[in-house]
Design a protein. Structure first.
Length: 280
């Protein structure tokens, strides 16, 4: 029986997250948490039974005191219908089965409970991905997986519907961060637990020439007028509700009882088109 290939080496990811806790660089996680806090403030509903799913919970626990925090394991440690809010925090991009993570999160919600996921989207680190690919092609004549592939917003929005959420919404926020050099960018990635944990990564130490060449490529194509390297981070937000009878539902086609012109208070005019009757 053929096993489905794994995207993520979970042991490596756990080691990277543990290392990040020793010397954290959480400024992007803090940005995500602050944005999440603003979004929750706009929801006219109190939340008293909250769960956070992820690998580095601290920035999100600070805005959701009293929450239950669980790891983003393949099987989530969440009871069924126990929570009115589930937050999947900066971890969904590492999931081998993102739809499975969403389905389990929905099942953990009580009816009309809210789900919000925030995670890195496909535009994240596109400069680094390009620079490494160009450098590796020059140095070794081939390519190896070094930066996590991340989903496009249009595709990610469809995951909510596949997972059975009502009123699904997907949106994003893009941040540009400046770095003096590639080593500073690598330091921040280590401090967020976001270094290479791909299952099919090369396990041997990389050639020093590769990173020297990558920095040159990066500086040539993705630096500003002051010589800083520009790194893009895309935060994707997925929002959905556990289905409930109290939620608004779309009307069936053809069930309208008023004309659109009446609702808008305007006069309806014919387009002048005529339908020619068929010849007998």
């Amino acid at each position: 029986m053929t096993q489905t290939p794994r995207l993520t080496d979970r042991k490596a990811l756990e080691l990277h997250r543990a290392r990040a806790m020793q010397r954290p660089e959480f400024f992007l996680l803090n940005e995500a948490a602050a944005d999440l806090e603003e979004r929750l403030a706009e929801v006219k509903k109190p939340f008293t039974k909250t769960a956070i799913v992820g690998g580095l919970h601290q920035p999100f626990e600070a805005i959701l005191p009293g929450c239950v925090s669980v790891m983003d394991d393949e099987a989530l440690s969440l009871g069924r219908s126990e929570y009115d809010l589930v937050v999947h925090a900066m971890a969904l991009h590492w999931a081998d089965d993102p739809v499975g993570q969403l389905v389990q999160s929905r099942l953990a919600l009580e009816p009309d409970g809210l789900f919000i996921a925030v995670f890195f989207g496909g535009q994240s680190l596109h400069e680094l991905r390009t620079a490494l690919a160009q450098a590796e092609a020059k140095v070794s004549g081939g390519l190896s997986p070094r930066v996590l592939p991340m989903g496009d917003l249009r595709d990610l929005g469809g995951l909510l519907q596949r997972a059975g959420f009502a009123l699904p919404v997907a949106d994003n926020r893009t941040l540009k961060v400046r770095y003096k050099n590639l080593a500073d960018l690598a330091r921040d990635l280590r401090g967020m637990g976001e270094t290479n944990a791909l299952s099919n990564r090369h396990r041997s130490l990389a050639n020093r020439r590769l990173f020297a060449e990558a920095e040159q490529e990066y500086r040539t194509h993705f630096s500003d007028d002051e010589g800083y390297l520009i790194a893009t981070f895309e935060l994707v937000f997925l929002t959905g509700w556990a289905p409930d009878e109290s939620q608004p539902k779309p009307l069936r086609p053809g069930s309208a009882t008023k004309r659109l012109s009446d609702a808008l208070g305007t006069k309806e005019h014919s387009t002048g088109d005529r339908i020619t009757p068929p010849k007998s």
